[in-house]
Design a protein around this ligand. Structure first.
Ligand SMILES: Nc1ncnc2c1ncn2[C@@H]1O[C@H](COP(=O)(O)OP(=O)(O)OP(=O)(O)O)[C@@H](O)[C@H]1O
Ligand SMILES: [Mg+2]
Length: 296
């Protein structure tokens, strides 16, 4: 992927999607990437009339409304980051497939946690759930107020994807000029793979030392690459989702891999990533295999 791969943001006319546009504009500026604003326009698929009714004022009709969602977002992005090249597009189709296709050429996909639809109690909208699991590039889910003073927090489990998450988190922390907190939790000895036989008696201190090593190794390579980012390694006992949600109360961003060490083959979103996506108090970034490009 070239260095021109844009930051893509999905808009649906909601206030939270406009928050996502502001975040996406800042990301595009600090990554030196163009910003592409996309509205998936579902009505032609439903065979609904999208043009103004006869005699209706110019500007009426669903297609004009869709164009206005995008135009409003383009204006807002220009206000936040005037130096960024911004384009907007209305693309016919449902949000998840349209943005999934966009993610193949994107360096980052930014979404609101919710949108216009859904019911009041819904924590995460369906487009965002699907794209968090399947996108071809990292997904940044925007929610709540954005806190500029907290650290970037990354969840580490020693898996390949968590290492990608650590790399992404270092890059975010470096561009945002804040510390990185790398969190690894463990509860009790867990099998690392099929056929792994656990001892009946074990030495807790030796295990803690082993978990410490998992955390240190995941961080080591990147720490050398980003010498200016202060890093705190936190080894904790507890459930990873619970600990990361707690950390998100003071973080400005929580970064996780889409799947972890314990994921079933074929599972797109692991239980920790899913719980963090649903319950975090801060924006959440979710990493997918092999497609992380950071910086410019
Ligand atoms: N039509 C769309 N075009 C582009 N992006 C969209 C569209 N709909 C949603 N999005 C993106 O996805 C985010 C979450 O919206 P989503 O549709 O998942 O939640 P919702 O509308 O609350 O619930 P529902 O699942 O009922 O639609 C939005 O903030 C926006 O970033
Ligand atoms: Mg929706």
């Amino acid at each position: 992927m070239g260095s021109s791969a844009p930051v893509v943001v999905g808009v649906d006319g909601s206030a939270i999607a406009l928050d996502a546009v502001r975040t996406a504009a800042r990301e595009a500026a600090s990554r030196r990437r163009p910003l592409r604003i996309v509205h998936a326009f579902i009505w032609p698929l439903m065979r609904v009339t999208v043009d103004p009714a006869p005699g209706a004022p110019a500007g009426a009709g669903l297609r004009n409304q869709a164009e206005r969602y995008v135009a409003e977002a383009v204006t807002e992005a220009g206000r936040i980051a005037p130096e960024v090249a911004v384009t907007g597009a209305v693309v016919d189709g449902s949000p998840a497939p349209v943005l999934l296709a966009e993610s193949r050429d994107a360096s980052l996909l930014v979404l609101g946690s919710r949108g216009l639809g859904g019911f009041a109690g819904l924590l995460i909208g369906s487009a965002t759930v699907q794209l968090s699991a399947r996108a071809a590039c990292p997904v940044l889910v925007v929610r709540g107020e954005s806190r500029a003073d907290g650290p970037v927090v990354v969840g580490v489990d020693g898996s390949e994807l968590s290492t990608e998450a650590v790399g992404f988190a270092f890059d975010e922390a470096a561009r945002r000029g804040v510390p990185l907190v790398a969190v690894h939790t463990w509860l009790y000895p867990a099998p690392l793979g099929p056929g792994d036989i656990l001892p009946l008696v074990y030495d807790l201190e030796a295990l803690a030392a082993e978990e410490e090593r998992v955390l240190a190794e995941s961080v080591a390579g990147f720490a050398a690459q980003y010498p200016d980012v202060p890093v705190q390694q936190r080894l904790m006992r507890g459930s990873p989702a619970g600990v990361l949600v707690e950390e998100s109360k003071t973080a400005q961003l929580v970064v996780v891999g889409a799947r972890g060490r314990g994921a079933l083959a074929g599972l797109l979103l692991g239980s920790v990533s899913h719980a963090v996506l649903q319950h975090a108090h801060s924006p959440v970034a979710i990493l997918h295999h092999g497609r992380t490009t950071v910086g410019s």
